[in-house]
Design a protein around this ligand. Sequence first.
Ligand code: PLP
Length: 223
Amino acid sequence: MGIQKNLNDIKSILPEHVTLVAVSKTKPVSDLMEAYNAGQRFFGENKIQEMVDKYNTMPKDIEWHMIGHVQSNKVKYMASFVRLIHGVDNFKLLKEINKQALKYGRVIDCLLQIKIASEDSKFGMTPEDASEIIKSEAFSELKNIKIVGLMGMATFTDDENLVKKEFNYLKDTFENLKQIIKTHNFQLNTISMGMSGDYKLAIKCGSTMVRVGSSIFGTRSYH
Ligand SMILES: *Cc1c(COP(=O)(O)O)cnc(C)c1O
């Protein structure tokens, strides 16, 4: 398979300030190892159990990103090793991540997921929700998490103008929040937006981290 070639093709057009997260959900370890052997070190999974299984069998210099929706009661399984949690969309979840990170003496980096798509199916909070959380007393007490950026998922559509509008909205939200708030556990430097179908557009709109799956590993089949 052409995993190495796919990776090289994508990396050749990626600006230096953009991190490529290889989204390996549903793919076997052999595929991930092919990417690893081609130099890839950032992998994204959307199911905690699957990520834990892959973490246990793969080299330890990999940075694991949780990109899916996270249930609070499962945070404990990944708290010892997860590098970045992309989809934080409520305060209760942040509190749980903080509690589990404390057990390992870690500070876990998180992104707040902002709802940018007009589709109802996508998770995320409003910019107002985000700023309310960040300004709260309760948030300032969380010492074992750090919000380092925002994540968003655009509408699944061929309408480039709509997708562009949604990406710009996330970028604007990022700049606004960055200006109005600075605390010890809120230091924005990452905008996670862009997938196989729209990462080039996302980069033009200011993305610093793209989550690319099928363009690297091929289409997924769910059984
Ligand atoms: C699956 C997934 C991706 C990757 O999607 P592709 O279209 O295969 O690149 C990116 N982000 C999230 C949150 C995902 O669940």
